[in-house]
Ligand binder design. Structure first.
Ligand SMILES: *Cc1c(COP(=O)(O)O)cnc(C)c1O
Length: 230
């Protein structure tokens, strides 16, 4: 099943790229493996996937130890400050930084482990009450502040768009995030290396690619529906 799903997703990515004249290499597919067993991750690895997204610290730690192939783990879920220490040297990118306090903790723990932590700022671009993420108007100030932390490197922005029946409705949000990204990039702030726009999930990744996503996070579309009751 993973094989067929991946083939389908790959075809859609290519189509979206073709539609707007982008190159396939500009878009990194992250397979979101949360709640899914290592057997399915291994299957995805067999078909060439090396980037995996997880949203829970404990699950990253378990899978980090169990998956033997050299893959990259992405922390895409809300991160509590007291858990930063468990993953700061295990993940290649933390997508979900939305406060200075969290960035400061990542900086401290990265220093202890002797690493530089690559992060994205999560933006609540549609201003949903139920979502984490910084408000758009606060992001430029937050970037300036976090950029001063020596063991943290801002690589771009991330958003989780609203759940909508018609993915076209999210186009405006993706476009707004991209505009914010370009504005920040143009400031050429020291220690800020804006090159990643992490946006688009199973329901809307094609639209996100059309609007400039460089990373898409696809779970259900690769591994099937998640069952949270087991
Ligand atoms: C679960 C999750 C995804 C993947 O969602 P699907 O709809 O299954 O593709 C992407 N991003 C984040 C932050 C998630 O938590």
């Amino acid at each position: 099943m993973v094989k067929e799903n991946l083939a389908y997703v790959e075809e859609q990515i290519q189509k979206a790229c073709d539609k707007v004249g982008r190159k396939r290499e500009e878009v990194t597919l992250i397979a979101v493996s949360k709640t899914k067993p290592v057997a399915l991750i291994d299957e995805a690895i067999d078909y060439g996937i090396q980037e995996f997204g997880e949203n829970k610290v404990q699950e990253i730690m378990d899978k980090f130890d169990t998956v033997k192939a050299p893959v990259h783990w992405h922390m895409i879920g809300h991160l509590q400050r007291n858990k930063v220490k468990y993953i700061v040297d295990k993940v290649c990118l933390i997508h979900s930084v939305d406060s200075y306090r969290l960035a400061e903790m990542i900086d401290q723990e990265a220093e202890k482990k002797g690493v530089i932590s690559n992060i994205l700022l999560e933006v609540n671009i549609a201003k949903e009450d139920t979502k984490f993420g910084a408000m758009e108007e606060d992001v430029p100030g937050l970037v300036e502040q976090i950029a001063k932390l020596p063991h943290v490197r801002i690589k771009g922005l991330m958003t989780i768009a609203p759940f909508v029946e018609n993915s076209e409705k999210n186009r405006v949000h993706f476009r707004n995030l991209r505009n914010l990204y370009v504005d920040i990039k143009n400031k050429n702030i020291d220690n800020v290396d804006m090159k990643i726009l992490s946006m688009g999930m199973t329901n809307d990744y094609e639209i996100a690619i059309e609007e400039g996503a460089t990373m898409i996070r696809v779970g259900t579309g690769i591994f099937g529906e998640r069952n949270y009751t087991i």
